[in-house]
Design a protein around this ligand. Structure first.
Ligand SMILES: [Zn+2]
Length: 310
């Protein structure tokens, strides 16, 4: 049986998880932020007698900073030999750091005071390593051999980001979904980060009904329906429960956003409060986070559901 080593990449108060797959051609799924390569990935692998230079595949589930930030440093440690794999639709986020700034402005920056923009952008760029050219851009159905009889299939699961994929270990049906599944949201944010709700819903339904993974490896500790923080490596019944909870939370958010934004249609958006035009929604869902701290799941997700209404 293939061994998987979960690696917790801590930065500030946040944890992003990377996963080492012990195949004949070893793979690393996601890489944390820039400091994670030396700070978390190398020491965790060393505890298991694994050297970073043995990694042959760097498999990035999507283009967000806390998943691809460490890619460059890991790749350097492999003597620039590892293949770098990223979903085609998120590839620009690896190739060109400026894409993160464009995304930031479109997805959340417009709801934040302009004087915070520079601070947010420099924080973001600090967590990304230098631009890196992917060696393989993948789309739905692509299969990658990790040597011997170990292979993975790419399943497109967009919604959290436009390009998010799930890497599924063939035969075992273990799914590395990272952030494509958000349950009731992050440990601290308490709200899922969903850039494209319609796509997210379809992706989670596809995982639940069609892929039906035996194990689910997620990118962060997420909250469940009872507001407990769940360790992001799930198996058995916990897999379908997490997928169903993700759909339940999406349905709840879609309903609330629709009600509030249609009720308020006549009123000018209140852009003075901390939560911009979404103050009444924050109140109803009990969201008390500070959107001036990055990453702000709240604005990204509100922006997504608001666009879905149009
Ligand atoms: Zn993400």
């Amino acid at each position: 049986m293939v061994k998987v080593i979960p690696i917790e990449c801590k930065f500030g108060p946040i944890s992003a998880w990377a996963y080492y797959i012990d195949a004949p051609e070893p793979a690393l799924v996601d890489t944390g932020v820039a400091s994670s390569a030396i700070g978390a990935i190398e020491p965790t692998l060393a505890e298991h007698g694994v050297k970073m230079e043995d990694i042959r595949w760097i498999l990035l589930t999507h283009g967000h900073v806390d998943h691809l930030g460490g890619a460059r440093a890991v790749w350097e440690r492999t003597g620039q030999r590892a293949e770098i794999v990223i979903p085609k639709k998120d590839a620009d986020l690896l190739r060109n750091r400026n894409t993160h700034i464009t995304d930031y402005k479109q997805l959340q920056g417009k709801f934040v005071d302009p004087e915070l923009h520079e601070k947010h952008i420099s924080m973001m760029l600090n967590d990304i390593s230098e631009d890196l050219e992917p060696t393989l851009e993948v789309v739905d159905g692509d299969q990658i051999s990790l040597g011997g009889d170990v292979s993975i299939t790419v399943v497109e699961t967009p919604g959290h980001s436009i390009g998010s994929v799930t890497f599924v270990l063939d035969g075992l049906n273990w799914a590395f979904a990272a952030d494509a599944v958000q349950m009731y949201g992050g440990e601290r944010s308490g709200i899922p980060t969903i850039e494209y709700p319609t796509l997210y819903r379809k992706s989670v339904q596809h995982l639940l009904k069609v892929v039906r993974p035996k194990r689910l490896y997620l990118g962060h500790p997420f909250r469940n329906a009872r507001d407990e923080v769940v360790i992001p490596q799930l198996e058995g019944d916990a897999v379908s429960a997490a997928l169903q909870e993700s759909l339940d939370m999406d349905a709840r958010l879609a309903g609330i956003v629709k009600r509030h934004l249609s009720e308020n249609q006549e009123k000018p958006a209140n852009s003075d409060g901390l939560y911009g035009p979404f103050g009444s929604i924050a109140e109803e869902i009990g969201y008390t986070g500070d959107p001036r701290n990055l990453p702000c799941a709240f604005f990204v997700t509100m922006n997504g559901y608001q666009k879905e209404l149009k």
